[in-house]
Write a protein that binds this ligand. Structure first.
Ligand code: AMP
Length: 427
């Protein structure tokens, strides 16, 4: 068997979960993570390479005879890491898991994503896009809608570019702030105004080679910092999978109306696509609507969905880049996964890093995925807002959440905080 050397780009909980799963594969030779965190160094080798610096990625890939690049976060994809590989004589035969720039536009531009959905009949809210020059039209459009109003910066805004306004007045002010004052920099040179969809959110995932696709387990994440989903938005405070309200009938609608039309739409548009598709969905009275696409896995959804995938993840990745995804017999664990994220005090506002983390080894009933951590001498310290994700697989949601909470309590650092109500709305 020809074992593979893999380079995984990224440094969060998502990458620790991917690395942990890849490390279980008999097809793996060496796993490198660029730059990784204290957790990824337990299952692979961290390397000080910046995923947005394609020259240094190239040097590393050639030096270490890498056979596959797996891109965790969106930024290198939107910046064109895959295209860079394809355009380089020495790199063009080394597969990259993650779309080229054209496909990454599904995440890189909300306007592109909306046009794509409309063109291919994929259910989504009505919308229009405006620029500084058409601000007056934007205000006129807002007046045709009813509250609440959804404003989205077109480009990547580190997950902060969506604003939901309760009043028309507030929406008008926000729109002009985004367009005239570039509230989100270049990302808000264009703003999508979208119909508000009233429903329950969830995330669906697939991996595709552009023609075939494999549906992965769905998840629900908990975005706000406070109990009862209150307070400011975060990168994600926890997740669960499967999602109780997304039964077979609903997930079949998701596949028929969203996943398959997306893959076929990419083909019709001549956009090659090799990598993950992440569908941010709203369940509106039993029907799925797309509120956003992402071109990578989500964090902390990954920490709930990967533990449920029994099939060898590296085998799935290789089948994707080798165009033989239909050969894969995916096996999904029926157990429920619940992930609780432990964060730094003050997050998502200001927080201090470098706090010593203790108790990691006392966790026996859950999986521990590092998000923002680093190693300092022989200690593990905090190195970000979201610090540790704790995931448990159990027969039911209640037990999975209770066990993750029990484990989270064992992990200590100054100022640590986690939500205790993950999944409670669905019990
Ligand atoms: P996004 O960055 O696109 O995930 O949007 C952030 C959040 O805004 C989503 O998780 C939803 O809660 C909310 N949102 C986005 N679009 C809509 C919409 N059309 N209707 C209602 N809520 C939305």
């Amino acid at each position: 068997m020809n074992k593979k050397n893999i380079l995984l780009i990224g440094s969060g909980g998502r990458e620790h979960a991917i690395a942990w799963k890849l490390a279980q594969s008999p097809l793996l030779n060496q796993l490198f993570i660029a730059p990784g965190n204290a957790g990824t160094s337990l299952v692979g080798k961290n390397v000080p390479v910046n995923g947005n610096d394609f020259e240094s990625v190239k040097k590393f890939v050639i030096d270490q005879k890498i056979n596959l690049i797996v891109v965790g976060p969106e930024e290198p994809l939107v910046r064109g890491i895959h295209d860079y590989f394809l355009n380089d004589e020495l790199l063009k035969n080394i597969p990259v898991l993650g779309p080229q720039k054209a496909g990454a536009e599904l995440e890189g531009s909300k306007d592109f994503a909306k046009q794509f959905m409309i063109r291919h009949g994929i259910p989504t809210g009505a919308y229009q896009t405006f620029t500084r020059e058409t601000l007056a039209d934007g205000i006129a459009f807002l007046k045709t809608l009813t509250a609440p109003y959804v404003l989205k910066a077109d480009g990547l805004a580190a997950g902060k570019g969506v604003i939901i306004c309760k009043t028309l007045h507030e929406a008008e002010d926000e729109l002009s702030d985004m367009l005239n004052n570039q509230k989100f920099g270049k990302a808000s040179e264009r703003v999508v105004i979208e119909e508000f969809l009233d429903g329950v959110e969830l995330s669906a995932f697939a991996i595709t080679n552009g023609t075939e696709y494999l549906v992965l387990p769905e998840a629900k994440d908990y975005k706000r910092i406070g109990e009862g989903d209150s307070g400011p938005n975060t990168g994600g405070m926890g997740s669960i999978s499967p999602v109780p309200f997304a039964g077979n009938e609903f997930m079949q609608k998701v596949e028929d109306r969203v996943i398959r039309p997306t893959v076929e739409g990419l083909q019709k548009d001549g956009i090659p696509y090799q990598g993950f598709l992440f569908f941010g969905l709203m369940n509106v009275k039993g029907d799925p609507f797309v509120i956003e696409y992402n071109v990578r896995l989500g964090d902390p959804e990954t920490e709930s969905i990967l533990p449920r995938i029994k099939t060898d993840l590296l085998e799935i990745f290789l089948a994707t880049v080798e165009g033989r995804l239909s050969e894969i017999n995916s096996e999904i664990d029926e157990h429920t996964a619940a992930c609780v994220m432990i964060v730094s005090g003050g997050y998502p506002g200001d927080y201090t890093s470098g706090k010593k983390i203790s108790g990691l080894d006392s966790v026996t009933k859950s999986m521990v995925f590092h998000a923002g951590t680093s190693s300092q001498s022989d200690e593990i310290v905090t190195a970000g807002g979201r610090v540790i994700a704790v995931t448990t697989l159990a027969h039911d949601l209640k037990t999975a959440v209770a066990t993750s909470l029990e484990s989270a309590k064992l992990i200590k650092f100054e100022g640590s905080y986690f939500r205790t109500d993950i999944g409670k709305d669905l019990m």
